[in-house]
Design a protein around this ligand. Structure first.
Ligand SMILES: C[S@@+](CC[C@H](N)C(=O)[O-])C[C@H]1O[C@@H](n2cnc3c(N)ncnc32)[C@H](O)[C@@H]1O
Length: 373
């Protein structure tokens, strides 16, 4: 099913299981201070000017001009939920939770998230999850940070007897959905107000740069999962590797992780989820058992000889390219102090390297699931 619509109708804050509404009044977000030149140097991040100085031949620049050109479409909306922040022409949610979101919520990014959903499915072998769920035992499901809601919608299609709830801080979900899906505005970093022992499955996909405390997140998930229920978390590493040395130090691909890791530190919401093994550690600490960790090597680009892997790599290339500027705009602009020209130049180099069949970059994707005893 295709999703994606721009925000249309504000949904009220979540009221879970008859309890009080979840989001508390929004605390003033902490002022984000850009990284100092020394911090940037120490992290091995090349200056933005480096990318404008490098010559670049023939770049597929189809979407690159978007930064600075997308006008906010929210001006006429009265609800404060739609009073997004605008950074270099991209919009970011601004009402629920911590307003300093690094990820845009405009149409271009929404489209990119939809491509990503298909890409994840393909990467998991056409599966929505890896947990050993018994179909007849799944009645209530939570998808935290649901994004455009495609995972929740597809899950609801496959499990028509289950009630599926997708939560997010941004109201970017479609309104035409299966009758067993609903979306609610909710900040996963607040104490969860869902009833105890209520969910058969809690799904958390790609919450890098979103979660302020992974241990608290899984404690909440443990409390709200029913005994015998599963929690599953999928994350990706920002580290682009190659086994043959074709991802060179100082290349755009090699620089990617530094931008995200340092950005995450500044935001107080880490992107080093995989490297710090946060999913497993936090699940264990919360009390989940039978924890299973699966790492998958994900090619970036269509370079693998294996056809299936090449297809997966092509989709990842497309998913990143579809809004690479959106992924980087806030981090590079607000945290690294780059100009939009510098960010665009970096993006152009990144895209060129992605398209180069001699560069065999890949990253690791990790799925961790566990059961509440
Ligand atoms: C990278 S997207 C992943 C979306 C979806 N899980 C998927 O895999 O397609 C991260 C999502 O988390 C949402 N988000 C950011 N901060 C959040 C918070 N504090 N609580 C809940 N969702 C949040 C963003 O709005 C965004 O939709």
């Amino acid at each position: 099913m295709s999703s994606s619509q721009s925000p249309k109708s504000p949904k009220g804050p979540a009221s879970h299981g008859g309890k009080a509404a979840s989001p508390e009044p929004n605390p003033a977000p902490p002022a984000i201070v850009a990284l100092s030149a020394e911090e940037i140097r120490e992290a091995g991040i090349l200056p933005g000017a480096h990318w404008t100085e490098q010559p670049i031949e023939q770049v597929d620049d189809d979407g690159a001009s978007t930064i600075g050109s997308i006008a906010s479409t929210t001006a006429s909306l009265t609800s404060s939920i739609f009073e997004y922040r605008t950074v270099h022409g991209r919009t970011y949610h601004g009402e629920i939770g911590n307003a300093e979101s690094w990820e845009p919520n405009d149409q271009r990014h929404v489209d990119s998230m939809d491509i990503l959903h298909h890409t994840f499915m393909l990467s998991l072998g056409d599966k929505l999850f890896l947990s050993p769920l018994e179909k007849n035992n799944i009645h209530k499901v939570l998808d935290v940070g649901t994004g455009t809601g495609l995972w929740a919608i597809d899950f609801a299609d496959d499990f028509p007897n289950a009630e599926v709830i997708g939560t997010d801080v941004s109201p970017i979900q479609p309104s035409w959905v299966p009758p067993n899906v609903k979306f609610e505005l909710d900040d996963c970093n607040h104490e969860w107000t869902w009833n105890e022992d209520s969910f058969d499955f809690i799904h958390l996909r790609l919450l890098n740069g979103v979660v302020s405390d992974w241990f608290s997140l899984f404690r909440n998930a443990f409390r709200c999962a029913r005994p015998g229920g599963y929690v599953e978390s999928l994350t990706t590493s920002a580290y682009v590797r190659s086994d043959d040395g074709s991802v060179k130090k100082g290349s755009a691909l090699e620089q990617w992780h530094g931008i995200f890791w340092e950005g995450g530190k500044k935001l107080g919401r880490t992107f080093k989820v995989l490297e710090d093994d946060l999913q497993k550690m936090a699940m264990e600490e919360a009390g989940f058992v039978d924890i299973t960790v699966k790492d998958l090597k994900i090619p970036l680009g269509a370079w693998p000889e294996d056809k299936k892997l090449a297809e997966i790599g092509l989709w990842w290339k497309m998913a990143v390219e579809s809004d690479i500027e959106g992924y980087l705009n806030y981090l590079c602009n607000a945290l690294l102090g780059w100009t939009s020209e510098e960010t665009l130049a970096y993006c152009a180099h990144f895209k060129k390297e992605l398209a180069d069949p001699n560069i065999h970059g890949y990253f690791v994707m990790r799925v961790v699931y566990g059961r509440k005893p």
